[in-house]
Design a protein around this ligand. Structure first.
Ligand code: 13P
Length: 289
């Protein structure tokens, strides 16, 4: 069943858990995520990011995800992750994504503010909630070239409050020490900073870079205002691992694709435990929020 992202994330922020947002690349990755979520009976977000858009195109991606979400026994919402420009956001809104992200976090503050405000006006005309980022989580998809961890810019709580007030965003992605993809050195999340941001910004906060971040640090983050956590790399790695376990002389393409799909289940379960979704949102339905 499709659900409202605002209802879901507001409940998560209020009750101290996070909803996992999983990146998808093809039907089988999305299918594996939904099947796992159904078994656990937890709400999730299925996300389409730049790589999926470049691979399938947004209309194909949306069409596949929409059917999976509608037929799912557990709540599923569709989210455009890292919208790269207003055209991409406009198409996602027109197609019917339940929420969108615009990511201009790599630009100077005033430009991020102005362009995000414009995206917010567009999204709200469709009554669709929108996420944007302040500070910068490196390795994201809108940056001109590959970034390393030195591009990390921590979120300043005062700037975050100003950004929220002036843009009207619904969810705020913050930078407190995570990076997209694998870490070169062990991360140390700034939970002290997160607490300050959460005091300054009452909205559901979003953490990007949910793969390979130490368990205890993630748990502390969800208890301090983080209501959505994006997970991509671990999903893709598990899928590839499953595919590689099928002998290379197998000519039945269904076998590696389904082996990949099966491997995703462990990642979804681990994140649901780590993000406290399983404990606080098992059986969640909109009317029970
Ligand atoms: P990871 O690939 O590190 O899990 O990050 C995913 C993400 O934040 C997508 O927006």
């Amino acid at each position: 069943m499709r659900v409202s992202v605002s209802a879901l994330l507001q409940d998560a922020r209020r009750r101290g858990y996070a909803v996992p947002g999983f990146n998808t690349l093809n039907v089988e990755t999305a299918w594996g995520i939904v099947r796992a979520a159904e078994k656990l009976d937890i709400p999730i977000l299925l996300m389409t990011a730049y790589d999926c858009l470049d691979h399938l195109g947004m209309e194909t991606a949306y069409g596949a995800l929409e059917v999976l979400a509608r037929q799912s026994a557990t709540p599923v919402a569709l989210h455009l992750d890292h919208g790269r420009n207003l055209e991409e956001v406009a198409l996602a809104l027109k197609l019917g994504y339940d929420s969108v992200m615009i990511d201009y976090s790599f630009l100077p503050y005033e430009e991020n503010l102005a362009r995000t405000a414009e995206a917010v006006r567009m999204a709200h005309a469709f009554h669709t909630p929108i996420e944007a980022e302040i500070g910068h989580v490196p390795g994201g998809e809108n940056t001109p070239e590959e970034e390393d961890e030195s591009a990390l810019a921590y979120t300043d709580p005062k700037v975050a409050a100003d950004f929220v007030e002036k843009t009207g965003v619904d969810f705020l992605a913050v930078s407190i020490g995570t990076v997209h993809g694998d870490y070169k050195s062990k991360p140390r999340l700034r939970i002290d900073l997160l607490k300050e941001i959460a005091r300054a910004v009452p909205l559901p906060l979003v953490l990007h870079g949910g793969s390979s971040t130490p368990w205890e640090q993630m748990e502390e983050a969800v208890q301090n205002g983080v209501a959505k956590i994006n997970v991509g790399t671990e999903i893709m790695r598990a899928f590839l691992q499953g595919m590689r376990e099928v002998p290379t002389d197998c000519l039945d393409l269904r076998k590696p694709l389904l082996a990949g799909r099966e491997k995703i289940e462990d990642v979804v379960r681990a994140k649901a435990e780590n993000f406290r979704t399983l404990r606080h949102a098992k059986g969640w339905r909109p009317d029970r929020a």
